[in-house]
Ligand binder design. Structure first.
Ligand code: NAG
Ligand code: NAG
Ligand code: NAG
Ligand code: NAG
Length: 493
């Protein structure tokens, strides 16, 4: 039974591989099993997923275990069944239209003056809704059933006004009935998750003119509503009666039959799925910018949540990687460009992290992370010393550099750097800190939405412009500071 359950889960998950939830995209073998015997009538079997996202040579260090509590049958009582329904997923990337990427829950706008504009949080277009009765509607004929089940709604949002309720998303069966109207809004400048008279308010006060990743989760197993802001839990409420709506359109930017205020802002990359994503998955959706495994046959395919495939490459070849395959920089004019790292501000105090494996074929200097705004951050000196640098803006305008150990020809070494105002700028080699520069309150990296380049740079600061010669693998980028423990984990695969 256990193996049958495993097999079913694999086949179910393979169907929604396109969404690449965080735990699916890691270069890992996912193994898990837990049996929780808590139901009155029967035990709930929590299935096991074994996913091989790397094509070869998995080692024990690449094994990550995820426990998925997903009893998805509708009735709490009737759970002797060990199978689960495959989660339903809809994804609206708002690239010039309101279509669901999976073709089922297409939206159309009623807009006179709303528009698809550039640039979305990670490029392309976003959906802009002015403060008039404009919205995107997915018709009731494409009904998305959220009744008495787990679900997760996520989106990138940006507000021009927070002075009235800002309806992000809704589906409503009955405006006067308890738990029959789902509305995800900003109310009193805080995120707010309503089932109707069965609601949860967030705790953080939002600002206008700021991008946010927002997530609203209902967990039918634990009967909890959970709100996440920027990947971090913002509020939670327990013993919540499930949402009981049975019909209705879905709306972005409006809740026409319940509240009459209008959305004034931007929505981008929204997704809705019938399972409760874990806090780890939501953190990753919000904070991972990209992840390249450089594996064949699609070496320049972004395995992260934002699908930021490499946009330009020059004189690269495939080679054996530290894990699976890697990309090899074979000429001093080899480079790879990824569009784009979202703007951190000018100057910035935002956290970030870059991490990867490198193996030089010769010592030539070179760049691992170069913001094409003109700022190399991670690379090798002429003599092959691993270096991280940042152009501090305040309190002093100066290049700050940390030198680490020397790279050795044809030897894989893990390099990473992180920044946060609290812990400063840190260089890690093989998971070990090589030093931290603290006291930086602001720095320069990119003004707005900027291409990240690997290989060559412009020679600013102490990292020469020379092209790196050798291989790079497992490149991760985050909009947050990874902890020393997290860096060590990446350096231990
Ligand atoms: C278990 O669930 C599957 C899929 O929903 C269904 O086809 C099957 O009949 C169920 N089995 C039992 C014993 O309820
Ligand atoms: C949604 O739009 C896509 C792309 O135009 C189309 O292929 C698909 O049939 C549409 N689905 C529905 C349900 O209309
Ligand atoms: C939803 O169902 C209720 C009860 O059958 C009905 O009164 C209502 O008009 C329906 N709403 C929609 C949007 O179909
Ligand atoms: C990224 O590359 C993959 C594999 O080549 C492709 O299937 C996918 O459509 C690409 N994504 C985008 C957004 O271009």
């Amino acid at each position: 039974m256990f193996l049958i359950s495993v097999a079913r889960f694999i086949s179910q998950f393979s169907r929604w591989e396109f969404t690449r939830p965080e735990w699916l995209t890691k270069n890992v073998l996912i193994v898990c099993g837990i049996i929780a015997g808590i139901a009155i009538i029967a035990a709930i079997v929590i299935p096991v997923a074994v996913i091989f996202s790397k094509r070869k040579h998995l080692t024990s260090k690449e094994i990550v275990c995820h426990i998925i509590f997903s009893k998805t049958v509708d009735s709490v009582a009737a759970t002797t069944n060990t199978t689960t329904d495959a989660p339903v997923l809809a994804y609206w990337n708002f690239e010039g239209n309101g279509n669901d990427l999976y073709g089922v829950y297409n939206g159309t706008s009623n807009c006179g003056s709303c528009q698809y504009l550039t640039t979305g949080f990670y490029g392309g277009t976003y959906f802009y809704i002015p403060n008039t009765n404009n919205y995107m509607q997915v018709p009731a004929s494409s009904y998305f059933n959220l009744n008495s089940r787990s679900f997760t709604f996520e989106a990138w949002v940006y507000f021009y006004s927070l002075s009235t309720d800002q309806p992000i998303f809704s589906q409503c069966t009955c405006t006067t009935c308890t738990s029959q109207c789902l509305f995800l809004v900003v109310r009193s400048s805080k995120l707010y998750m309503g089932f109707n008279f069965n609601d949860l308010s967030g705790s953080t006060t939002l600002s206008t003119y700021t991008w946010y990743h927002v997530a609203f989760v209902y967990n039918y197993q634990t009967f909890q509503q959970i709100i996440y802001l920027e990947g971090v839990q913002d509020a939670i409420r327990s013993s919540v009666t499930p949402y009981l709506g049975t019909n209705g359109s879905m709306y972005f930017g409006a809740l026409p039959n319940l509240i009459s205020t209008y959305y004034y802002g931007i929505i981008d990359n929204a997704q809705l799925t019938t399972r409760a994503k874990s806090s780890t998955e939501i953190s990753n959706d919000a904070m991972q910018v990209f992840y390249y495994s450089f594996d064949q046959p699609n070496p320049y395919y972004d395995n992260g949540p934002n699908r930021l495939n490499a946009t330009a490459t020059n004189i690269l070849s495939a080679t054996t990687g530290h894990v699976g395959q890697a990309v090899r920089f074979t000429s001093t004019s080899s480079y790879l460009q990824i569009c784009c790292f979202t703007g951190v501000g000018w100057p910035s105090s935002r956290s970030l992290s870059f991490a990867m494996w490198i193996s030089p074929s010769s010592i030539n200097g070179g760049n691992f992370v170069y913001s094409t705004q003109g700022y190399p951050m991670l690379g090798l000196t002429y003599s092959g010393q691993i270096a991280a640098q940042i152009l501090e803006q305040a309190p002093v305008n100066v290049w700050e550099t940390i030198y680490g150990t020397f790279a050795v020809v044809n030897t894989w070494v893990h390099v990473a750097c992180t920044f946060s105002v609290t812990n400063g700028f840190i260089l890690y080699v093989n998971g070990v800190s090589q030093g931290a520069i603290t006291g930086i309150s602001t720095y320069y990296f990119n003004y707005n939405f900027q291409t990240i380049q690997m290989g060559t740079g412009n020679g600013n600061g102490y990292i020469p412009s020379y092209g790196f010669q050798g291989s790079i693998d497992e490149f991760y980028t985050y909009r947050r500071e990874l902890s020393a423990t997290e860096i060590l984990a990446l350096a231990s695969v």
